[in-house]
Design a protein around this ligand. Structure first.
Ligand SMILES: Nc1nc2c(ncn2[C@@H]2O[C@H](COP(=O)(O)OP(=O)(O)OP(=O)(O)O)[C@@H](O)[C@H]2O)c(=O)[nH]1
Ligand SMILES: [Mg+2]
Length: 470
């Protein structure tokens, strides 16, 4: 190559780089769901799948990978210094340890940025800027925070009355006993004292944590930051609680007045700030749901999960037409995917039932989203497939089952976990031993580069959420 052609090729590549940069795009993908629904595992696997995207065989339904146009994925410095980083490498390290472990539970928001390099499919761009980059900011945040949206329209007195009604029923009545007794021992018209506010809010928070225990599995736990405090842990803004009886005298400076003031401050500085600073910037959203856990517990847990899910969905519904739109202006979210996670806990022949069941759970709210011009879909998936399909003989019949290493065991077991009903169950459906969805250990990986993590239908989720961006 002479000097002149080298100069031209240098210029052409600079122009190409410039055009590339100006055509680069960005998408913010938010991942949410109630606690233990599988957010951290989902994001970890999603990144791992993209990093191994050059081997297209594991993502047949993600077009950019299966068509061979994906050139590579890299972790990038995150754009917002004030948001905790999503700990991808830590998660992968735990998954590759011996024995393999799932990533640790998280309590707040975190973020990670990826750059995906790919070949353009558009004829003109193919010539001008053949290789493009899509930046994806993935945000992990607790679904519990979306349960706070209704508070924005409730006064402290109205919210207290709602919680008082909930606490009249079991198991909340028993679980709230220590907190209720403490409230009964205090005169809230008396001057405010920090120690009382702290003690009352701690007992209320203990009550919320008790409701959340696996044996009760209750989901309607407000305020959402009390059990998922993120960086607000121990802050006075979380030191208040509802009152079961409103005192007749409420002078300024009283315990009641201070509780009410903190409730209002929580709405202003925690709830609104979340919607304004985070929610308003999301482009795409996936909501993870774990109906299997509720099946294991019983009807109450199931009914609460459904109500909580509907409450979560209000945020997307209101994003276009209602309260959020009024408060923060038109939002960007144009696609929401609902996913029943841990689909590897059911036998393969139950996958479609699980998907249909999720759709049933969402039928009403999804209609609203349709009218609000948000594109939605619902899948059953497993971010990390921990089981294998197996068969067993029973009474001369061949039965489908699954095989894997249970979470608290070290040897593989085979079991039939139960059938997923396609219709919303009624209380009588919880007959003894009907559902037995066991948690499993992740599969053994020798190292992070030994191939993509096994999954179920994660590629379909990727195609729905990001496919049109390439
Ligand atoms: N078998 C299987 N188990 C999963 C999968 N995803 C999550 N789990 C299980 O669910 C647990 C919770 O998953 P996480 O990803 O930590 O859930 P999370 O929503 O981030 O939970 P918090 O951080 O506590 O809100 C894991 O420890 C696993 O036991 C999956 O794809 N397959
Ligand atoms: Mg998490």
């Amino acid at each position: 190559m002479n000097q002149w052609t080298s100069f031209i090729s240098q210029k052409t590549s600079n122009v190409g780089e410039f055009v590339n940069r100006s055509l680069d795009r960005q998408v913010k993908l938010a991942v949410t769901g109630l606690s233990r629904s599988g957010k951290t595992v989902f994001i970890t696997s999603l990144i791992h799948q993209l990093m191994h995207g050059l081997d297209s065989s594991h993502l047949p339904f993600f077009e950019i990978a299966s068509s061979g146009r994906l050139r590579g994925t890299r972790l990038m410095p995150q754009p917002n210094m004030h948001i905790p980083a999503f700990r991808y490498l830590e998660g992968i390290e735990r998954l590759c340890s011996d024995p393999p472990e799932f990533p640790e539970a998280t309590q707040g928001i975190s973020e990670i940025r990826l750059a995906i390099r790919y070949e353009s499919a558009q004829p003109v761009l193919k010539y001008l800027a053949p290789i493009k980059t899509l930046y994806i900011d993935i945000v992990d945040y607790p679904g519990e925070w979306l349960l706070d949206l209704p508070l924005l329209e409730l006064t402290y007195e109205q919210w207290s009355a709602q919680i008082a009604t909930l606490c009249e029923r079991e198991p909340r009545f028993t679980l709230s006993q220590a907190w209720r007794e403490y409230l009964d021992s205090i005169d809230f018209s008396q001057p405010s004292q920090d120690a009382v506010l702290r003690q009352a809010s701690e007992l209320y928070t203990d009550f919320l944590y008790a409701c959340k225990k696996p044996e009760y599995g209750l989901s309607l736990l407000q305020p959402g930051h009390f059990t998922m405090p993120g960086d607000k842990k121990g802050a006075p803004i979380l030191q208040f609680c509802p009152l079961l009886k409103i005192p007749s005298s409420k002078p300024e400076g009283s315990l009641f007045a201070e509780m009410k003031r903190r409730y209002e401050a929580y709405k202003e500085h925690v709830v609104r700030v979340f919607y304004r600073e985070h929610f308003a910037s999301f482009d795409r959203q996936i909501v993870l749901v774990d109906p299997l856990r509720a099946f294991n517990v019983g009807y109450n847990a199931f009914a609460e999960m459904q109500s909580a899910l509907n409450m979560v969905l209000q945020s997307f519904h209101y994003a276009k037409t209602g309260l959020i739109n009024k408060l923060f202006g038109g939002l960007k979210i144009d696609k929401v995917l609902f996913a029943a996670t841990k689909a590897d806990h059911v036998t393969p022949n139950q996958l479609n039932n699980l998907e249909q069941f999720l759709r049933q759970m969402l039928i009403k709210p999804q209609k609203n989203l349709y009218f609000d011009s948000v594109q939605t879909d619902a899948f059953a998936l497993a971010a990390i497939k921990c089981t294998q399909a197996a068969y067993t003989q029973f009474d001369g019949q061949r039965l489908s089952c699954i095989k894997g290493v249970p979470k608290d065991g070290d040897k593989p077991i085979a079991l039939f976990p139960g059938e997923i009903p396609v219709d919303i169950p009624v209380p009588e459906d919880w007959v003894e031993g009907r559902f037995n969805f066991v948690e499993f250990k992740p599969p053994r990986l020798s190292n992070a580069h030994s191939g993509a993590l096994p999954h179920i239908r994660l590629d379909r989720a990727l195609e729905f959420l990001l496919g049109d961006k390439f």
